[in-house]
Design a protein around this ligand. Structure first.
Ligand SMILES: Nc1ncnc2c1ncn2[C@@H]1O[C@H](COP(=O)(O)OP(=O)(O)OP(=O)(O)O)[C@@H](O)[C@H]1O
Ligand SMILES: [Mg+2]
Length: 321
């Protein structure tokens, strides 16, 4: 996914009033929050379907561990993204250790920084054994500096947080909520990192790609106070391909949802992209290619891509992306 296509989508969304407030009364946000919840806890192995989630969100008593985890995740994400939205609106960015600990606590963990050796399940990477708070302070400094080369640095920041692995448990979920907190604070919608098998593997590969670039540093400061300048310099050199692409793909989906819903609000009708483009003389194959390359703003509903006449025409007039 091409970064420019994401920036253009963001401009389009801004011309339509920007991201809406992340409240559950907004049906697109509700959908995004629900899907994020289901996917994020699936990475940890908790599965629940849409219906089950809707039932617990409607107030039914959770009947399984998956349902309990889902409700905690959903509530935490919703609240934290509300804060992020206020950052976006006020053009301020509030971020620090208290927020990070609170996310971990709201998710049902103890919010305390760990000490000593820890293993990340399924990973070779060895997180630091000491000075966790010092590592996190470097993480926070880095997050404050990611405006430049935004998507690369955002991806590096997520991997860096996971490599520090500051808590006993819930690091994945805490880190993914932080990732979206940063995105929303910058006027983007949340990104859903998919949790089903193959997708989870890609996510883990994306983290490993960054592990390889930073592991020397973590070995050097495994048990000693990390040198802030040295770590920041290494982070600035780090490159992300896989994770960055995953984030861009995810953002494309979320952005398109929001853009299309704004067009629907204006009274435009959703139609299958294949029909819309066929009327304009495009072959099924070129239609597929255009969708695949992110050249068309569209949402997938039950295996069919939909868009509106106006959005598609924007493309063809060369005015669009
Ligand atoms: N090679 C790796 N390098 C850095 N971080 C990794 C690597 N492999 C996995 N991780 C991160 O570790 C997380 C798991 O850590 P932990 O069990 O503390 O979090 P969790 O929230 O309980 O689990 P999950 O993230 O699976 O829901 C993964 O979600 C992922 O973000
Ligand atoms: Mg865990």
């Amino acid at each position: 996914m091409n970064e420019k296509l994401i920036l253009k989508r963001k401009k389009i969304l801004e011309s339509l009033g920007g991201i809406p407030e992340p409240v559950i009364e907004n049906k697109e946000w509700l959908y995004l929050l629900e899907e994020e919840t289901r996917n994020s806890i699936l990475i940890e192995g908790y599965f629940l379907d849409e219906e089950e989630l809707e039932q617990v969100l409607a107030g039914n008593k959770p009947l399984s561990k998956s349902q309990e985890e889902a409700i905690k995740y959903f509530k935490t994400a919703k609240f934290i993204y509300g804060l992020a939205y206020e950052n976006y609106k006020s053009k301020e960015f509030l971020f620090g250790i208290p927020l990070i600990r609170q996310i971990n606590k709201e998710l049902g963990f103890n919010g305390k920084f760990r000490k000593g050796k820890i293993k990340i399940a399924g990973a070779k990477f060895e997180p630091p054994e000491n000075y966790i708070e010092d590592w996190l302070k470097i993480f926070i400094d880095y997050v404050y500096s990611i405006n430049e080369n935004f998507f690369n640095n955002l991806s590096i920041s997520h991997a860096f947080f996971e490599e520090i692995h500051p808590f006993i448990d819930g690091n994945g979920r805490t880190g993914r909520i932080i990732l979206n907190y940063i995105l929303i604070s910058n006027g983007y919608p949340l990104v859903i990192i998919k949790g089903a098998d193959r997708n989870k593997q890609i996510y883990y590969k994306g983290l490993e790609e960054i592990d390889l670039q930073l592991s020397k540093l973590f070995t050097k400061y495994k048990n000693t106070l990390p040198d802030k300048e040295e770590v920041l310099a290494k982070l600035k050199e780090a490159k992300s391909k896989i994770l960055k692409n995953l984030i861009l793909e995810g953002l494309r989906e979320s952005l398109d949802r929001l853009i299309i819903s704004k067009h629907e609000e204006k009274g435009e009708e959703l139609k299958p992209v294949s029909k819309l483009l066929q009327n304009l003389g495009y072959s099924p194959e070129s239609t597929r290619q255009l969708i695949k390359r992110g050249k068309i703003i569209a949402v997938k509903i039950k295996n069919t891509w939909y868009s509106t006449e106006n959005l598609v025409r924007m493309l063809l007039k060369g005015r669009s992306i």
